[in-house]
Design a protein around this ligand. Structure first.
Ligand code: NDP
Length: 419
């Protein structure tokens, strides 16, 4: 018997909510709250008569601490699932602390306003100390550790696929497959085709900020930063085929470097087609990816937000996307004194996801682990006060739930390694 408050009702949230509603023994009540309440009402309507979970809806601006506190006090949930945008992470964590409720999200904090002087000062210091220049990092949310511990509350960070499932794979490899892990290559392959020359599979603003940034990886105890898209490899993915993939900075590298003892190198690769890269470079070159407001005919507009309005809504890609994703982690290391390699991965079919929940596989592979992370906290299979990422908990119940709830995983004991 538990009640959750879901904040956000976009591509990922709508999958997470539908999966919660398939699991109504755990999720007896859900309040869906978002900026545009009509989206919440539409989803409630779609689920009417198909679930035993009781659904209510509310409007909220999650940038407002006061609105969030009023909403949480009204709904009285056991857990707040933040599936809005990374911009809202800290406000929602503050509201959870004020109302003494557990918290979870799917992506680490990133500020909306990159010109904010307080944020900028801390960011520039972090760039110097850590050696990577991405706008997102865990320091902001890790700073809440003591507050959550003292309040006896849990904050689970990044329970999507990557971050999220990839860290469960790492914890599983550490627990069952290796005595020591030397290297981790996280491979994120989307072999889907939506038929548009250019579209993003999740929120365009967040996605384009991420992929246009410098790449980086962790090696021998420090970050190595490289020009965007400058490290390219080809890889032959099972059920997808040969793809080009590029080193990106990705948030789970930061927490895995802390939590996998002795790891020597962690890299993250994502596949991109040439059309995507050509469009992205062109948009960047003409200034369309800028987050700085400009004056256009008397109005202030932010170029990347204007672009978001021009691009297809990721939620609309479901019916047109065909093909599969193959996402996982290649490990090298030692077990019982012997060198070994393993690839733990999931293959997900865009059209099967669409038939089940009306979404493409990127929203599906993120929304299912959001539901599972919430289930881990609500059923107290994961139960410790503080702020944690997925690899800091026992992976076994999470890995079982992935098999049960639509993201079955496999292990290849002799994968081709990435050069
Ligand atoms: P969408 O843009 O589709 O949805 C975001 C939702 O949040 C919308 O419903 C939006 O409302 C709502 N929202 C935005 N700002 C506010 C606000 N101030 N107050 C209340 N609601 C707000 O994004 P996605 O579903 O694609 O992504 C959701 C999250 O999942 C993001 O944080 C993203 O980074 C993360 N993600 C994580 C992945 C992983 O593997 N870990 C992979 C993919 C995404 P409105 O409808 O009004 O715009």
């Amino acid at each position: 018997m538990s009640k959750v408050l879901v904040i956000g009702c976009g591509g990922v949230a709508s999958v997470a909510i539908q999966k919660c509603c398939q699991n109504s023994e755990v999720f007896t009540e859900i309040c869906i709250a978002s900026r545009t309440v009509s989206k919440c009402d539409d989803l409630k309507e779609k689920l009417a008569g198909k679930t035993a979970t009781k659904i209510t809806t509310e409007q909220v601006n999650a940038d407002s601490f006061d609105e969030l506190v009023a909403l949480i006090e009204k709904v009285k949930p056991d857990l707040v699932m933040n599936i809005a945008l990374p911009y809202q992470d800290l406000t929602i964590m503050d509201a959870c602390l004020a109302c003494k409720v557990n918290y979870m999200d799917t992506a680490n904090y990133e500020p909306e306003d990159l010109t904010d002087p307080d944020w900028r000062a801390q960011y520039e210091e972090r760039c110097k100390v850590k050696g990577f220049s991405a706008y997102f990092d865990y320091s902001w949310q890790w700073a809440y550790k003591k507050k959550f511990e003292d309040a006896g509350l849990t904050a689970l960070l990044g329970s999507g696929f990557d971050p999220g499932v990839t860290q469960a794979y790492c914890a599983y490899a550490q627990k069952h497959l290796f005595d020591s892990i030397d290297t981790i290559d996280i491979l994120d392959c989307n072999g889907g085709d939506h038929g548009y020359p250019f579209a993003t599979n999740f929120n365009p603003e967040i996605n384009l900020r991420e992929v246009s940034a410098a790449g980086s990886y962790w090696e021998n105890g420090k970050w190595v930063e490289v020009e965007p898209m400058s490290i390219k490899r080809e890889y032959d993915f099972k059920q997808v085929g040969q793809k080009d993939m590029y080193v990106l900075h990705h948030e789970e590298i930061e927490s895995l470097a802390e939590n996998i003892p002795g790891v020597k190198r962690i890299r993250f690769f994502m596949t991109f087609g040439q059309s995507y890269l050509t469009h992205m470079n062109c948009l960047e070159n003409v200034g369309m990816l800028s987050t700085e407001p400009i004056n256009f005919e008397g109005n202030q507009i932010v170029p990347i937000q204007f672009l978001k309005d021009l691009l297809p809504d990721p939620a609309s890609l479901g019916p047109r996307t065909v093909g599969k994703t193959n996402i996982g982690c290649i490990f090298t290391g030692k077990k019982d004194g012997k060198e070994k390699t393993e690839y733990i991965y999931n293959i997900c079919d865009h059209q099967e996801c669409y038939r089940e929940v009306g979404s493409q596989a990127i929203s599906y592979t993120t929304g299912v682990p959001a539901m599972i992370g919430a289930m881990m906290l609500l059923t107290k299979q994961w139960d410790k006060a503080g702020v944690y990422t997925v690899e800091e908990f026992d992976p076994d119940p999470y890995m079982d739930a992935l098999n049960e709830w639509g993201l079955p995983w496999e292990v290849d004991h002799a994968p081709t390694l990435v050069e």
